[in-house]
Structures are given as C-alpha cells and as structure tokens.
Design a protein around this ligand. Structure first.
Ligand SMILES: CC(C)(COP(=O)(O)OP(=O)(O)OC[C@H]1O[C@@H](n2cnc3c(N)ncnc32)[C@H](O)[C@@H]1OP(=O)(O)O)[C@@H](O)C(=O)NCCC(=O)NCCS
Length: 146
C-alpha cells in the first residue's frame, strides 16, 4: 500500500482529533492538537498519509531525558501493514536525536495488539498502575532503552 510518514502540521489537528474520538475514551480536541503541534517544543507528532488523507498518527512528549509515548493509532482498514511499527522506529530515532535515554508508555492491560507491537519494537514491561483508566482498567508500563 502507498503511504508516507511525515511530521504533523497544524492542518492535521482536525484529523488527529477525529481519529482519537473514534478510537479512544478521553480524546484530545482539535485545539489541543493544534496548540501542541504549533507551540510545544517538547512535543513531536507524526502522521501517515495516504492519498491525501491521514490514516495513522503517533505522538510523543520529551520530559528531560525521557520520551513519553502519548498515543499511536492506525485506522482500522489500514492495520496489519506495519505502519505502526515503522512509526515507532521513527519515534525511537527522534528520541535518540533529542538525546533521550528511554521511551516510556502506558497501555491498557487488555490491549493485546498494542502490547505485541511494543514487545516487537523492543519494549519491556516495567510495572503496572492499578485502576489507571477511568473505567478502572489497569495500565501496563513499558519502556525501551535508546
Ligand atoms: C496497535 C495498533 C497501533 C497497531 O497498528 P498496526 O499498523 O496494525 O500494527 P503493525 O502492522 O505495525 O504491527 C506490527 C506488529 O505488532 C503486532 N501486532 C499488531 N497488531 C496485532 C494484532 N491485532 N494481534 C497481535 N499482534 C499484533 C505484531 O507483532 C506485528 O508484527 P507482525 O505483523 O510481523 O506479526 C493498531 O491496532 C491500533 O491503532 N489500535 C487502536 C489504537 C490503540 O490501541 N493504540 C495503542 C494505544 S496504547
């Protein structure tokens, strides 16, 4: 399939918010994405684009020497094409360029596709936060040395 991965721009904010609304509880608004892309020097967002449409995105936040994964999502009909894996590789390279030591993330205990993705990308389980999500599901904490 034909797609390219590039840095997000403020023009992508609407698409990113729409994808979060479709896939996640507590989605970020268009305005939140816009201001983070435009104004926050510690935030990096990338998108995969196909035929002019955003089909996937991932975003991170740099906190000292740690790169925190905020979210990653691929629209359902485009999954299984290694788009997420490629975006994770790009974010790891970004982290190294920003001189981060680790990438960290939280994932729902039941989210097997995401946990498998992170394990394939070299992440290890380092802990758990009980009742972390608003519906009381536990979060698995994972990280990867850069
Ligand atoms: C998790 C998600 C981002 C994966 O995107 P994707 O582009 O389909 O994943 P990839 O094709 O890059 O998969 C890479 C590897 O991840 C693992 N994986 C991905 N989807 C999987 C699934 N449904 N079941 C088991 N393993 C899976 C596999 O190891 C796969 O490698 P392989 O195909 O060589 O076996 C996607 O399912 C998604 O958007 N889910 C909803 C949003 C979400 O839960 N995001 C994570 C929030 S923490």
């Amino acid at each position: 399939m034909n797609y390219k991965i590039r840095l997000a721009t403020t023009e992508d904010a609407k698409s990113l918010s729409a994808i979060e609304q479709a896939l996640f509880t507590g989605p970020r608004s268009e305005a939140t994405f816009k201001s983070s892309i435009e104004l926050d020097d510690n935030a990096v967002a990338i998108v995969a684009e196909s035929n002019g449409a955003v089909i996937a995105y991932a975003d991170v936040y740099k906190a000292y020497d740690e790169l925190q994964l905020n979210n990653i999502a691929v629209l359902e009909q485009y999954r299984g094409n290694h788009i997420a894996e490629q975006m994770m590789q790009i974010l790891a390279d970004t982290g190294r360029e920003l001189e981060c030591q680790t990438i960290t993330l939280e994932v729902r205990e039941s989210n097997e596709p995401a946990i498998k993705l992170y394990e394939k990308c070299g992440f290890h389980r380092v802990g758990m936060r009980k009742n972390y999500y608003s519906d009381n599901e536990n979060a698995i904490l994972m990280d990867k040395e850069l």
